[in-house]
Design a protein around this ligand. Structure first.
Ligand SMILES: Cc1ncc(COP(=O)(O)O)c(C=O)c1O
Length: 424
């Protein structure tokens, strides 16, 4: 393996390949309308950060907003809820996210985590499905939290969760299916569903669809309303760069607002929280998805970050992410390492590239020592996420070059790199 890798990476063909890619990247960077955004992020000085699909870096906008709110907090104290609009922040931030997912501003709310929002919207779908529709369909080997939450929910509703391989899902849709719950971009392979086509197929079968947009938002073009979507959830801490543990969001198509059932009837989702009524009267629209008091500092951070993404615009973000992944993919393919398998499909993918290798964990660690931060997913998968907000095209090619060096020089072949971290 070593000899072969050396032979290929040392060949004129590969040197040329990187050279040609680097020249292409230079031209793309020179014409990149999103290039100025990079300076607005606080990034490691000489690293290439490719874990943006796990946790994005802070932006000036985020840090400044947070600092301003922290400073004003003491002056405002309890009046901040009304005067500074804190009480409405979940809706304000939701409205800012809406154009990034192709929704209207009153259809999105920022709250809780993806897992909790999955539970709430899965419940909404099961609550209105008839007794003959007790099946929830999902993809096997998708992100664990989705299946775990849905399985628990099914147990509460007398329903069954059926997880099938990707290519058998659409054909299984039928009169017994209440809900199809899918991750739009697969967390590992980055394979992306055709949202409009799958939603239409589910609707023809009388089922509703819940999209998990965690790896999609801020990275690919999304048109929830154009696709006729029912429900969606998504992450604030990935390509939206909302910060560690940033609130997630939930989308409900306006046509479903009237009958929207939530399993957590908290006071913040009540029509009049400060009337302190004993009985439950749901707030109109997506506001009823709120349960408890919103986390203002986290929402403020997310608000700053979402503002930047909205300024960049989802079409430009998606186009750049595609170019970044394409360049890196071409670079990885040029390495010619036999154990290296690109797991991401060539067409219809999100903004990360999944690369399988028996030594993927040690490769990810050795690469981090070379300044390229990716991440690792069991079993044997390295993931490299290409956030269009702050990466240059040149960095995509450089990352592939550094990966080639790690492999050619077997820099991963060190027992000290075997120890697993708590968070990979
Ligand atoms: C596809 C997907 N869904 C859900 C989650 C979990 O989100 P949360 O921690 O907000 O519940 C993740 C986290 O990485 C994810 O990748």
């Amino acid at each position: 393996m070593r000899g072969k890798t050396r032979g290929v990476t040392g060949s004129g063909m590969t040197a040329d390949r990187f050279g040609a890619l680097a020249r292409e990247a230079e031209a793309l960077d020179a014409a990149d309308p999103l290039a100025p955004f990079r300076a607005r992020f606080r990034l490691p000085a000489d690293g290439i950060y490719l874990a943006g699909h796990s946790l994005g870096p802070p932006s000036d906008a985020t840090v400044e907003r947070l600092a301003a709110v922290a400073e004003a907090w003491g002056g405002r104290l309890v009046s901040g809820w009304g005067e500074a609009g804190w009480i409405d922040l979940p809706l304000t931030v939701g409205a800012a996210i809406a154009p990034l997912v192709g929704a209207d501003s009153d259809e999105v709310i920022a709250c809780d985590s993806v897992s909790v929002n999955l539970f709430k919207l899965g419940h909404a779908a099961l609550a209105i499905a008839g007794p003959d529709r007790r099946l929830v369909l999902a993809e096997a080997n998708d992100f664990p939290t989705d299946a775990q939450v849905l399985e628990g929910l099914c147990a509460l509703h007398g329903a069954t969760l059926l997880r099938l391989p990707r290519d058998r899902i659409v054909e299984r849709l039928g009169p017994d299916v209440a809900l199809l719950a899918l991750c739009h971009v697969h967390y590992r392979t980055a394979a992306m569903w055709d949202m409009a086509a799958v939603t239409a197929a589910a609707h023809r079968a009388g089922a509703r669809v819940l999209w998990d947009l965690s790896h999609s938002t801020g990275a690919v073009e999304l048109g929830l309303n154009a696709a006729g979507a029912d429900y969606a959830v998504g992450c604030g801490y990935k390509y939206l760069n909302g910060g560690p543990g940033a609130p997630a969001f939930a989308y409900v198509a306006r046509r479903h607002h009237a009958g929207l059932a939530t399993p957590i009837r908290g006071w913040m989702g009540h029509a009049a929280p400060f009337a302190f009524e004993d009985g439950y009267r749901p707030a109109p629209g997506v506001r009823r998805l709120l349960a408890g008091t919103p986390p203002i500092l986290s929402l403020v951070a997310l608000h700053g970050a979402v503002g930047l993404a909205a300024e960049a615009g989802q079409a430009r973000l998606a186009a750049k992410a595609r170019a970044l992944v394409r360049l890196f993919r071409a670079g990885v393919a040029a390495i010619g390492e036999p154990g290296l398998v690109i797991e991401t499909p060539a067409d219809g993918h999100g903004a990360h590239l999944a690369v399988g290798h028996p030594e993927a964990w040690r490769i990810v660690r050795a690469l981090a020592a070379q300044g390229v931060v990716g991440d690792y997913r069991e079993p044997g998968g390295a993931r490299f996420g290409f956030s269009p907000m702050f990466l240059t095209h040149g960095a995509a090619v450089d990352a592939a070059r550094r990966l080639a060096r790690v492999l050619a020089e077997r820099r991963w072949d060190d027992p000290a790199l075997l120890a697993k971290a708590v968070v990979t």
